[in-house]
Design a protein around this ligand. Structure first.
Ligand code: XIL
Length: 493
């Protein structure tokens, strides 16, 4: 299933560096291998520092990696999120039509679960690692094949993944959409179709579009921004943008933070999903220092954007990375070297986490009773970027509702409403308010609306009526008129 020359599977070929003969280093490597995984100089771990700021720090692992104990011990000690490197891709999961195999992906999920790590599902629709039966289908069969694939895979992993990279790498460098089989069959609508199918299969997964060379402001990220804006305004279930971040040393774009922020301002989560920073080989010490600067910049940019939910490195150590196999002449892109020793990049990433602003990306006003936002592997309540949260709402039944304005533009705005259960679970909820200035809905999602004059009633959708005690769900809408924060009442039967 994997492409030949798969760089992450070279476990047998890894050579010990000269440093391995130094007794102290041998001891350190051994300590990692037996699970005392914290590097000597580190006061914390990436995951502990990230969790303290309401974020995660993730890695990519392949099934091959799971057999390398030093690597997995280090991964389990440092990371709290796992992306399967290849195991959930179409060629791995549906290599022949209608015949699904989730065995390898399940192994990654089990590993993650047994180490308190969450999983970013990767990826449902991508032009690469796509079996030839898909690309050679008659075009009028592609949509049903795509939706069937998404439905089967997202249903299999329902409740087990935090997020899905639903559509991966849809853009060319010039900002046009790739003319892959999905585009040829459905035009640009394939992206909305894919997101809707994934949402129907797993309504709680955060749904992403993920791409590379969109980290800075450029033609490609501008095109994605327009698409994201349009999807959000049409109520298509898009929840986040993944910035892969496969960088070359010294070339982290200066517009990274501002670019992520503009996507966040649409009401989307953003994440660094596949970070690596490759160096022309052999790497010298100034390049390793520069790499540290780069990692620090990337992590700091995420910390500065309240909706940046986390950073994932695409691998663990320099001995197991896709870079040399894909970019000949380059290597050493990870925070640990091939002897599992932390590099300047590790220290820089940790420092950037520790000095990042705030304690949590979830500034939503607490509603009684409020689950504490504590560092834990529990998926976070959707972080809030929110521009203008309404005042703490009255608890009128056994639920409460808070409206926040996500975005506004001349003549319109987008809001999200968090519906939170009180001290006991609710089964069905109704939120009501009165528009102060003639506002009207243009679209509404995750709820059902009825409007009479300025009186608005929104009831739960079929799939989000049940809320556990103290937990919450959200619905959202776009509306015409001036953004408003009316008083909301919430009741449950
Ligand atoms: C890479 C894997 O790491 C390799 O093992 C595989 O041979 C090719 O794919 N963008 C993505 C990832 O979204 O899925 C890619 O992963 C790296 C680039």
């Amino acid at each position: 299933m994997k492409p030949p020359n798969h760089p992450m599977d070279r476990s047998g070929g890894r050579a010990c560096g000269p440093a391995a003969v130094v007794a102290a280093v041998v001891t350190a490597v051994t300590a990692v291998a037996v699970g005392l995984a914290m590097p000597a100089q580190a006061a914390s771990t990436l995951k502990a520092s990230a969790e303290a700021k309401g974020r995660y720090f993730g890695t990519a692992l392949t099934r091959g990696d799971l057999g390398i104990s030093a690597e997995v011990n280090l991964a389990a000690a440092q990371f709290d999120m796992v992306t399967p490197g290849n195991e959930m891709k179409w060629d791995a999961t549906e290599s022949s039509r209608g015949s699904f195999n989730f065995g390898s992906g399940d192994q990654i999920v089990s590993f993650a679960q047994s180490h308190g790590m969450r999983v970013r599902g990767h990826t449902l629709v991508w032009h690469n690692q796509l079996p030839s039966w898909v690309s050679s289908l008659p075009l009028n069969q592609v949509q049903s094949a795509m939706e069937n694939h998404i439905t089967n895979e997202a249903t299999h992993y329902k409740g087990k993944v935090y997020s899905w990279d639903v559509v991966n790498e849809p853009y060319n460098e010039d900002g046009t959409l790739r003319q892959d089989v999905f585009y040829k069959a459905m035009g640009a609508d394939y992206i909305a179709n894919a997101l809707r199918a994934a949402h129907a299969a797993d309504p709680n997964a955060k749904l992403y579009i993920n791409d590379y060379n969109i980290e800075g402001t450029n033609a490609k990220s501008n095109a994605l921004y327009s698409l994201a804006q349009s999807l959000v305004s049409r109520g298509v279930p898009l929840h986040g943008i993944g910035f892969e971040s496969h960088f070359i040393v010294g070339q982290v774009p200066s517009s990274l933070q501002a670019n992520m922020q503009r996507f966040a301002n649409l009401g989307l989560d953003v994440a660094i999903t596949e970070l690596d920073d490759r160096i022309p080989m052999p790497a010298d010490s100034s390049e390793l220092q520069q790499q540290g600067t780069d990692y620090g910049k990337v992590v700091s940019a995420c910390m500065a954007v309240s909706r940046c939910v986390g950073v994932s490195q695409w691998g663990v150590d320099d001995g197991h990375t896709w870079i040399p196999g894909t970019f000949p002449g380059y290597g050493a892109p990870m925070m640990w070297d091939s002897g599992y020793q932390p590099k300047p990049a590790y220290t820089a990433a940790l420092n950037a986490l520790d000095s990042g602003p705030g304690t949590s990306p979830s500034p939503t006003p607490p509603v009684s009773p409020s689950p504490s936002v504590s560092p834990s592997p529990t998926p976070p309540v959707s972080p809030s970027p929110w521009v203008s949260p309404s005042p703490t709402p009255p608890v009128t039944g056994s639920c409460s509702a808070t409206l926040t304005t996500v975005n506004s533009w001349p003549g319109g705005f987008q809001s999200e409403v968090t519906v939170r259960a009180g001290g006991s679970a609710v089964d069905g909820w109704t939120v009501k308010w009165t528009w102060p200035g003639g506002q009207t809905f243009s679209s509404l999602w995750n709820g059902t609306q009825s409007v009479s004059g300025s009186s608005v009633t929104v009831r739960n959708a079929a799939y989000n009526g049940s809320i556990a005690a103290g937990a919450s769900t959200t619905f959202g809408f776009t509306a015409n008129g001036t953004a408003a924060t009316p008083t909301l009442t919430c009741t449950s039967p």
